[in-house]
Design a binder for this molecule. Structure first.
Ligand SMILES: C[S@@+](CC[C@H](N)C(=O)[O-])C[C@H]1O[C@@H](n2cnc3c(N)ncnc32)[C@H](O)[C@@H]1O
Length: 208
């Protein structure tokens, strides 16, 4: 039987938010790929491990070589279908070679924290990428969920949104380190967010 690439969503960080089937797959893994943080937290001993770093080609080579001997479990944060390594894996492995185990996205947890529905929200990642003008453009009653990074932080994004017509009194919620013990959040206006430092890797929810 052909060995599989098992892409496992590990949720937003705390083990409380991992599905039992994901934990089982990780515990049974003979070859495991993940961020240094995920490997430190979840890798069983005696597993062949590879850190996901900037060398994605090296990660793909490790997976391809390991597949000759066993399944390979690839841990990604949140849900694999929402801005993860899954896109790069799909470019290198066929659908029949892969099994995807979903996880709870940081985006889902953010909307849960504020008891807000997300079925009508525009979901964007500005983690290492820009968003389209159409997604950023203001419309009455529009709701945005945005993944941020060090450069595209809430202050920068607030200024971009104001430039795209969003009123400065639009409501903003920021959640960082969601599910961890040091989880913290802030509720403020878009105008205030433009002046805010920090919250570099967070989920930013903006409601017009
Ligand atoms: C490469 S994306 C991965 C998204 C992931 N696949 C998901 O579904 O949550 C990384 C970004 O997700 C967000 N993120 C991931 N985990 C988070 C957490 N525990 N708390 C807040 N934001 C988080 C941050 O915006 C971070 O920069």
């Amino acid at each position: 039987m052909e060995h599989k690439v098992i892409v496992v969503g590990i949720g937003p960080g705390s083990p409380d938010y991992i599905l039992p089937i994901a934990s089982r797959s990780i515990a049974q893994a003979k070859a495991l790929v993940g961020s240094q943080r995920a490997l430190d937290a979840f890798a069983p001993s005696h597993v062949r491990a590879k850190v996901i770093d900037k060398d994605i080609k090296g990660v793909i080579s490790f997976i391809s070589e390991s597949l000759a001997k066993s399944d390979v479990v690839v841990m990604v944060s949140g849900d694999p279908g929402f801005y993860s390594l899954l896109a790069a894996l799909k470019a290198n492995f066929t659908q029949s070679q892969m099994t995807v185990i979903p996880g709870i996205s940081s985006m889902q947890l953010a909307f849960a924290r504020i008891s807000e529905v997300w079925q009508d929200a525009v979901l964007i990642s500005m983690h290492g990428r820009q968003a389209s003008d159409e997604d950023l453009q203001y419309k009455p009653h529009k709701k945005l969920g945005i993944l941020t990074d060090h450069e595209h932080n809430p202050s920068y994004i607030a200024r971009v949104l104001i430039h795209h017509g969003w009123p400065v009194d639009s409501q903003v919620w920021l959640g960082e380190a969601l599910s961890y013990e040091d989880e913290h959040s802030k509720k403020l206006t878009l105008g205030e967010t433009a002046q805010l430092a920090g919250f570099t890797h967070c989920v930013m929810v903006v409601i017009a």
